[in-house]
Design a protein around this ligand. Structure first.
Ligand SMILES: Cc1cc2nc3c(=O)[nH]c(=O)nc-3n(C[C@H](O)[C@H](O)[C@H](O)COP(=O)(O)OP(=O)(O)OC[C@H]3O[C@@H](n4cnc5c(N)ncnc54)[C@H](O)[C@@H]3O)c2cc1C
Length: 357
């Protein structure tokens, strides 16, 4: 838990919280430029604590801190994780990774297939890779400079990741739509899209790396949002209610409220235990899945109950809680549906003898 963080991590947490409190009212563009200026945006590239990229713990502290102030869009404050691009070649680093971490290029992640029977494929032709297929739900694809495309590489069908410029010939955005959390996505078609072979990540861990980071990110955001929600609820319940007295005096309300605190406390403890495993470089794929499931569901249940306890005001469009409700709802599907993750956890135990309690 955060009480047991070393001094330098605590100092980083305080610096970031101070920065956020000072600038919370800035527009997203102003916030982005301030965060770049102060070095928070680039921590996944250059840590505040040591040379080189931030560790998973620093990233979790950063994302949880942002969300615990009720900020829903992190992308202007904390830059992206390297994901699949970690440990890449010099060429990829200078063309894609460094510009992405400095906020000069935006990436999207094309993982979900439109038709799982006919997944997106790649094959070698001279020294180029030819990509064909259809991805169904690529977030921020239209504003991205490049995409990380998970493909089945022929002839062995190895699961590799290709780095593809979003304006490459043969790419078309079939359908662009918005989901209830307000984010935009596209169905993307690849028709004989050609990339140089050096931009193919021939590493089966690359896709897993991206997905793991995404799930950890969602867990940290969920915990931060649950903390924000419980704090908002505590404040509201202490106000004088029209029925006389405050709702915080009613036993029925207290019982429900305590459950939200208990579950938020448990989710936060789980998040920090999992990230401690990752700090030790342990294989924690099952634990990250379990954390994503528990934290996203806890945050969703917390905000759902908080809305009920605070009444109809919280459902007015633009209210913090209704926005958090929409965001936490979408995270139960994004990054892999929670049911599929549950199945993966059991598969890890029964078929690969992995996972800890
Ligand atoms: C906000 C948001 C952002 C997203 N961003 C991206 C992105 O950037 N890139 C990307 O590639 N994808 C993205 N996705 C897609 C996301 O990865 C998928 O929605 C998710 O993996 C679930 O797949 P699906 O929607 O096709 O549902 P399906 O796989 O069709 O599942 C439908 C339901 O059936 C259940 N189910 C499926 N199979 C089984 C089974 N074997 N046993 C039991 N239950 C099962 C699921 O749990 C789910 O409840 C995003 C989704 C959302 C909501």
């Amino acid at each position: 838990m955060t009480e047991f963080l070393s001094t330098e991590f605590k100092e980083f947490q305080h610096k970031l919280q101070f920065f956020l409190n000072e600038n919370i009212n800035l527009s997203s563009e102003e916030m982005r430029s301030k965060s770049l200026d102060k070095g928070f945006y680039s921590i996944s590239h250059q840590s505040f604590i040591h040379d080189g990229p931030a560790t998973p713990l620093e990233m979790v502290i950063a994302r949880e801190s942002v969300a615990s102030l009720g900020i829903l869009d992190h992308s202007n404050i904390i830059g992206p994780d390297p994901g699949a691009l970690i440990n890449c070649s010099e060429e990829i680093k200078s063309t894609y990774l460094d510009p992405m971490l400095k906020g000069e290029k935006k990436a999207s992640f094309a993982f979900t297939e439109n038709d799982f029977q006919n997944p997106t494929t790649g094959e070698l032709n001279d020294s180029s890779v030819i990509i064909n297929g259809n991805k169904s739900y690529v977030s921020r694809a239209i504003e991205s400079d490049f995409m990380l495309v998970v493909l089945n590489f022929k002839p062995e069908n190895s699961r590799f990741v290709a780095i593809v410029d979003s304006n490459s010939e043969g790419i078309s955005f079939k359908k662009t739509f918005e989901s209830l959390d307000g984010s935009n996505h596209s169905e993307v078609t690849f028709e004989n899209v050609k990339i140089p072979e050096m931009f193919l990540l021939k590493n089966v861990q690359a896709a897993t790396q991206n997905i793991l980071q995404e799930r950890l990110e969602m867990s940290a955001i969920s915990v931060g949002l649950a903390i924000f929600t419980v704090n908002e609820l505590s404040r509201k319940l202490l106000e004088i209610h029209r029925s006389g007295g405050s709702l915080s005096d009613r036993e029925g309300i207290r019982l429900k409220y305590s459950d939200l605190r208990i579950n938020t406390y448990a989710a936060r403890a789980m998040l920090y235990r999992t990230v401690a495993l990752l700090e030790k470089s342990e294989n924690a794929i099952n634990e990250v899945s379990a954390t994503k499931v528990f934290c996203t569901e806890t945050a969703f249940n917390v905000v759902d109950s908080a809305i009920q306890l605070t009444g109809g005001q919280s459902l007015i469009i633009g209210n913090n809680l209704e926005a958090i409700f929409r965001k936490t709802r979408s995270m139960k599907l994004a990054g892999g549906s929670n049911e599929i993750l549950r199945l993966n956890i059991s598969k890890g135990v029964f078929e690969f003898d992995s996972g800890i309690l």
